[in-house]
Design a protein around this ligand. Structure first.
Ligand code: NAD
Ligand code: TYD
Length: 351
């Protein structure tokens, strides 16, 4: 079996569904703390699938992690668990340090304890795949080349700094203890089951609710968008054939300014769910910028393509169409996440 951490979140949840869609796939032990971002409704279709074992718990719980590794004879760990929202890290960085830094440290220690005692063949085959972000590289000017794996780490937000710290720990556990690790650094994901605090789902749901569509600053910040299923296929490929101790950048070659992303969503909604009068774009509202807001992220994923033959299947145009359609068709999931805690966050962030 493999151990997936954070598998009730956006990317982890998509990964669990993607992996188990293959009838021949190994089973998954899914360890998730179920913070506000974790949602078992995402995994509802697996309720009767014996290959999925869900455990509510913390990656920082050394004893729990070690017992799960031993009990299920885990052959690979994929670490998705993290605090992941930049705006929340600005309001309260403590949880980010606790989970992303201290949690990753405890997870690595539990894995190391388990791994050193494995028989030789299993020891060689074992993998620890750490899922990270392009935000560790900092920000780019409009003319800079895209981030490659040899860019310096220059994180600018409490979130990206905590992810950068976790990447360094993972690297050190390889160089010092020989732990068989691989790290992936991916650009912004979007797609089904995305928690609506992030730009794309927030805009879709606010548009449908007749609320303002908040654009931070001038809306010219650029992100490199990747459809979440393409991220999942990249992770599976890296786990299968990635070289130990290496890092692989994952990206969609889809650089877009935020305002263009929001206008595109409005255009799709105008066609699929037209308003009585006017366009959803009329709801666009410019608001105060995020402090320390990174201007541009762009990923050079040629190493992954050259070494492992991976390419994304979706363009931004096809992926965003599927995403908007998914939100329109999955109102039950949407209502499930729009709890009191979610509404409190919107009040705090957007007053
Ligand atoms: P998410 O916030 O949607 O999900 C995180 C999950 O981790 C939740 O289910 C949460 O309950 C769980 N979790 C949090 N703290 C935990 C802990 N201490 N122990 C166990 N579980 C815990 O995040 P996401 O967007 O799915 O991101 C997953 C990973 O991918 C993160 O490591 C993130 O840094 C990375 N990443 C995200 C993006 C993106 O665009 N969302 C891009 C690149 C990399
Ligand atoms: P987000 O989805 O939070 O991802 P990240 O900060 O990790 O890139 O934001 C994507 C971009 O959209 C980012 O430049 C911030 C911007 N943004 C807005 O303009 N308005 C919003 O309400 C949100 C949540 C984000």
């Amino acid at each position: 079996m493999i151990l997936v951490t954070g598998g009730a979140g956006f990317i982890g949840g998509n990964f669990v569904l993607y992996w188990l869609a293959n009838p021949l796939a190994e089973g998954i032990v899914n360890l998730d703390k179920l913070t506000y971002a974790g949602n078992l409704q995402t995994l509802q279709s697996l309720e009767k699938d014996d290959r999925h074992i869900f455990v509510q718990g913390d990656i920082g719980d050394y004893g729990l992690v070690l017992s799960l590794l031993k009990k299920h004879q885990i052959r690979a760990v994929i670490n998705f668990a993290a605090e992941s929202h930049v705006d929340r890290s600005i309001h309260g960085p403590g949880d980010f340090i606790q989970t992303n830094v201290v949690g990753t440290f405890n997870l690595l220690e539990a894995v190391r304890t388990y791994w050193v005692d494995l028989p030789q063949t299993q020891k060689q085959e074992f993998r620890f795949l750490h899922v990270s972000t392009d935000e560790v590289y900092g920000t780019l000017s409009p003319t800079d080349p895209a981030f490659s794996e040899i860019n310096r780490y220059e994180p600018n937000s409490p979130y990206s700094a905590s992810k950068a710290a976790s990447d360094h720990l993972v690297r050190a556990w390889h160089h010092t203890y020989g732990l068989p690790v691989i790290t992936t650094n991916c650009s912004n994901n979007y797609g089904p089951y995305h928690f609506p605090e992030k730009l794309i789902p927030l805009v879709i749901l606010n548009a449908l609710a007749g609320k303002p569509l908040p654009i931070y600053g001038d809306g010219q910040q650029i992100r490199d968008w990747l459809y979440v299923k393409d991220h999942c296929s990249a992770i599976r490929r890296v786990l299968e054939a990635g070289r130990l101790g290496e890092t692989y950048n994952i990206g969609g070659c889809n650089e877009k300014p935020n305002i263009e992303v929001v206008q595109r969503i409005c255009g799709i909604l105008d066609t699929l769910r037209p308003k009585v009068s006017g366009s959803y774009a009329d709801q666009i509202t410019y608001v105060t910028d995020r402090p320390g807001h990174d201007r541009r992220y762009a990923i050079d994923a040629t190493k992954l393509e050259r070494e492992l033959g991976w390419k994304p299947a979706e363009t931004f145009e096809t992926g965003i169409q599927k995403t908007v359609q998914w939100y329109l068709e999955n109102q039950e999931w949407v209502q499930g996440v729009q709890t009191g805690a979610y509404r409190d966050w919107l009040d705090q962030q957007y007053q």
